[in-house]
Design a binder for this molecule. Structure first.
Ligand code: MLT
Length: 411
């Protein structure tokens, strides 16, 4: 008789965003008169269409697939050279980071990479995560048996080191007392929308090098950074090539949430004894992945063209205007607000000590606004709530008007 991976049975409930989608669908069905009014500021999904330079390149790449001379079959394992060299030039060399094209692994997105990267590590490793945290890191480790058991009373796994990020420590994780093997960091942070300065990130790099840990650094939101002293890449820190893997996405900087493209950087200097993690990830990538489609990789390269950069920066500015609308709207309504300056997420304290899910119900039922309960990202997220700046400007303004006029106020 076959056996299942019973680690899956340890997982509580369903994936956070599926759960929210189900709740919203049920509410809409029960209240068809309000369904049209619902403003979705929950999942961090973009709403602007792909920029013209990207669309143009997608069209021409489709045409290439129609001709014998330019048709492409399987993509190279690590991704097309034209994309990897473009990434290195713009995202790394331009920032003084010594990363080479053969250290870039192109994929279908940051979510898959952050879920799959665990394949190259032993189940015996102990992970450390920020709390609250993007649920994929913990859930994917739970699926592979690296997290012990889940305790519903504390909403924590037994073998995970949680690093609380709350207003008291300015959402900056403190070095853990127990030594981890794998440390997940995401900055600009999902969900809190806060950042670390380069000096603060350097502390983590120095720590990882000292204790022999690896950092999985999720930089999916780097394009939203406008503050000077906030690093865009962990490789801006000294020594990071010896301890860090960086994951990047085209979803949030260029609207590829439905188009799918991302990449992971595994430096060749990163080793466990004599074994290079680059070799292991190359082996994993070559075996389990057949490459992102040529058309999508071509479109990805167009993001870095002069027009592409200009157009995607305009989109980022549009979303960051929404972030300002949300921040100011909430502050005006008396809420305590964090993030939303170098990130498209705004993290707020729920009013009147409401639980996160209680506030979710209030927003959905009274104001027809969907957000994400902070507790869905971990126990330290209880009493907080996340709104995203990825909606339309019109809906974002409307949502803030409803919140200002709402019967619950942050004051
Ligand atoms: C989020 O809302 O946290 C993100 O959209 C999730 C993701 O990027 O997978």
């Amino acid at each position: 008789m076959f056996k299942i991976n019973d680690n899956y049975l340890k997982l509580p409930g369903s994936y956070l965003f599926s759960n929210i989608a189900k709740k919203v669908a049920a509410y809409s069905e029960a209240h068809p008169d309000q369904a049209d009014q619902i403003i979705r500021l929950g999942i961090g999904d973009v709403t602007l269409p792909l920029a013209p330079a990207i669309i143009e390149r997608l069209h021409s790449a489709v045409d290439e697939m129609a001709k014998q001379e330019t048709f492409k079959g399987y993509a190279p394992d690590l991704g097309y050279e034209f994309l990897r060299t473009t990434i290195v030039e713009h995202d790394y060399q331009a920032r003084g980071c010594d990363i080479s094209a053969d250290e870039i692994f192109v994929s279908d997105g940051a979510k898959s990479d952050s879920g799959n990267i665990g394949d190259i590590f032993s189940v015996d490793n102990k992970i450390a995560v920020c709390d609250p945290v993007y649920p994929v890191y913990v859930d994917s480790n739970a699926m592979s048996g690296r997290t012990g058991v889940y305790h519903p009373e504390t909403e924590m796994w037994s073998d995970v080191i949680y690093m609380p990020c709350v207003s008291e420590n300015h959402f900056c994780p403190e070095l853990p007392k127990e030594t981890p093997d794998i440390i997940y960091l995401c900055f600009p942070n999902n969900p809190t929308g806060t950042t670390l300065t380069k000096d603060q990130l350097q502390v983590w790099v120095d720590y990882a090098l000292k204790v022999g840990a690896v950092i999985i650094y999720d930089a999916a939101y780097e394009a939203y950074i406008s503050s000077e002293n906030v690093p865009h890449s962990i490789y801006e820190c000294k020594g990071a090539k010896g301890c860090a893997i960086e994951i990047r996405s085209f979803s949030k900087n260029a609207g590829f949430t439905g188009t799918r493209l991302g990449f992971t950087v595994v430096p060749k200097d990163l080793k466990c004894g004599d074994v290079s993690l680059h070799t292991l990830w190359a082996r994993r990538h070559g075996t389990k992945f057949n490459g992102a489609p040529y058309m999508i990789q071509a479109a990805g390269a167009a993001v870095y063209s002069e027009e592409g950069r200009k157009q995607t920066q305009e989109q980022i500015a549009y979303y960051m205007n929404n972030a300002t609308t949300i921040r100011e709207g909430l502050i005006d309504a008396g809420y305590e607000v964090f993030g939303g300056v170098d990130a498209p997420y705004i993290w707020l304290k729920t009013p009147n000590h409401m639980k996160s899910w209680e506030f979710f119900d209030y927003l959905l039922e009274e104001l027809n606004i969907v957000g994400t309960p902070g507790s869905g990202f971990g126990p330290s997220g209880e009493g907080y709530f996340r709104l995203t700046a990825f909606g339309s400007a019109e809906n974002t303004k409307k949502a803030m008007e409803r919140i200002r006029a709402g019967k619950v106020s942050g004051k």
